[in-house]
Design a protein around this ligand. Structure first.
Ligand SMILES: Cc1cc2nc3c(=O)[nH]c(=O)nc-3n(C[C@H](O)[C@H](O)[C@H](O)COP(=O)(O)O)c2cc1C
Ligand SMILES: [Mn+2]
Length: 488
């Protein structure tokens, strides 16, 4: 089967796993405990370059087959596979393949309305009422200081806009509450799910919610990425796949649930039903959110396949589970937005994992005129795709690889005059989870554009870079392949 044909054949998480396994991209760990061991083993794995996916089975206290998958999209191969772009792309090629796609997928989404089916694998088991307990599954305690066990990390939470009927999917973390009979849904202000819930409360006094905890990782990408308001993430996923997503209807709320989901729940949120949530290791790399009362879903139904697989995606000090996915998606979306804004000479963008894919952007430009570098920096810092929790935009010349942290820092060290070339902005769009935010202060932050380009006035006379030319390097590497690796 050709590469694209095997990508086309992925129907669900199991199909995704089968292909990933065939490509040698999955390692299995047996005998780990849900209490911190799955989390720590996953963390050790994220720290390696281009880590494999980890599939945990024979989890202590649970039946063989009740599995947890982590690092699903932590390298270019599996992310390229998940986005149906190819299985042999590197970082740069993946961003290039992805460029202009997010815009096309959003524009085409409405051509792929979800397809309602009578039943599906998710209904292999339906557990109702008091029998429904999330702790029947090996739900990890991910980090040592987390306030509880999180079944929803790589999850998709479904809500409907009661006015327009548009279905939203957001990755909002869900902590197990009330000994497994409930789960809090941590939706930050400003997210689409939060607006839906508010509107339902105003109209009906309660808000219907469904959530899936195991699915084709594509659903995590779309639920966890800023898909434009009013565009349904499931239709967007349909546009990526070129076919609609199949859903069943929840028996209690009538809300859709992906028909091939591994585990899903449904219930209602009520304005006065809250439980203490957190602390949780956040994507900034801190337990910065603390513990707060959060809206909590009493579980009306659990639907699950036989031997369900949870899709885990715990954040933490980067690199973490989905920092690579975040970097690639952000990099492509920001590069598209800069070009669409009319900025010339954009050579590359990389949203570094060290900043969780948000806080540190490197933008490479071919300088064309005085002021071009600063324009690139100011624009990037405030694009809707980049503005939330950005902290640093480093603008580099086209000869600097924006994906190399070392090269970017070298450019800062040698082309930035700190007194001249660092511009700061105040009262910009920060986050509740910013470790620098003072208690009870509104979530502003400040940010800097660091101009690490050669000064425009000296662009032709700046000292040449002391690095062998590509031709010369290529020649010596080919001549002594055993010692030097043979290719460049
Ligand atoms: C694994 C993962 C976990 C996330 N956890 C949360 C969360 O707990 N709360 C939240 O508001 N956003 C969280 N996000 C970010 C949102 O999913 C993201 O902003 C998304 O665009 C939200 O969907 P919406 O734009 O439809 O609201 C998470 C993202 C990922 C990938
Ligand atoms: Mn949305």
């Amino acid at each position: 089967m050709s590469d694209m044909a095997s990508l086309d054949s992925i129907d669900d998480l199991r199909g995704w796993l089968a292909l990933a396994e065939k490509l040698g991209e999955v390692k299995t760990i047996t005998g780990a405990h849900w209490d911190k061991e799955i989390g720590a083993a996953s963390e050790a794995n994220y720290k390696r370059p281009a880590p494999p996916a980890l599939l945990f089975d024979d989890i202590v206290g649970h039946r063989t087959g009740q599995r947890v998958l982590t690092a699903s999209m932590s390298n270019a191969r599996r992310l390229g596979m998940t986005l149906r772009l190819g299985t042999d792309l590197d970082d740069r090629a993946l961003v290039e393949a992805l460029r202009s796609k997010p815009g096309e997928w959003a524009a085409n989404a409405s051509r792929y309305p979800v397809r309602e089916v009578e039943t599906g694998p998710v209904k292999e088991n339906v557990v109702a009422g008091d029998a429904a307990n999330l702790l029947d599954f090996p739900v990890p305690q991910w980090h040592e200081a987390d306030g509880g066990r999180y079944i929803g990390t790589g999850c998709a939470v479904f809500t409907i806009d009661p006015g327009t009927g548009v279905l939203n999917a957001g990755a909002y973390r869900m902590q197990v509450q009330n000994d497994g009979r409930a789960a809090s849904v941590n939706i930050e202000a400003g997210k689409h799910g939060a607006a839906h819930v508010r509107e339902w409360f105003a109209r009906e006094g309660r808000a219907p919610v469904t959530a899936s905890f195991g699915h084709d990782p594509l659903l995590l990408v779309v639920a966890g990425t800023e898909v434009p308001t009013g565009v349904s993430e499931l239709e967007y996923a349909g546009a990526v796949l070129g076919r609609p997503v199949d859903v069943i209807r929840g028996e209690v709320t009538g809300l859709p649930i992906p028909a091939t989901s591994e585990i899903a729940v449904e219930g209602w949120l009520y304005p006065d039903r809250r439980e203490q949530e957190g602390p949780f290791g956040e994507w900034t790399g801190y337990y910065s959110g603390g513990a707060e009362p959060v809206l909590t879903l009493d579980i009306e139904r659990i639907y699950h396949r036989d031997d369900p697989i949870q899709l885990g995606a715990p954040p933490g000090k980067p690199p973490h589970d989905y920092s690579y996915m975040r970097s690639v998606m952000k990099s492509a979306m920001i590069q598209d937005a800069l070009i669409q804004a009319g900025l010339p000479g954009v050579e590359g963008v990389w949203a570094h994992e060290a900043g969780g894919g948000r806080q540190l952007l490197a933008v490479a430009v071919q300088q064309r005129y005085a002021g071009h570098a600063r324009q690139a920096g100011y624009l990037a810092a405030q694009l809707p795709a980049a503005a939330y929790m950005n902290k640093f935009v480093v603008v580099v010349d086209a000869d600097v690889n924006p994906r190399s942290l070392s090269d970017v820092v070298w450019a800062m060290c040698t082309r930035t005059d700190p007194a001249e070339d660092i511009e700061t902005m105040r009262k910009t769009w920060g986050s509740r989870v910013d470790p620098l935010r003072e208690k009870d202060a509104p979530p502003f932050n400040t940010r800097a554009v660091i101009d690490a380009c050669r000064p425009w006035s000296r662009i032709d006379s700046f000292p040449p870079v002391a690095e062998a030319s590509e031709e010369l390097i290529d020649r010596v590497v080919r001549r002594w392949p055993d010692a030097l690796g043979g290719s460049w």
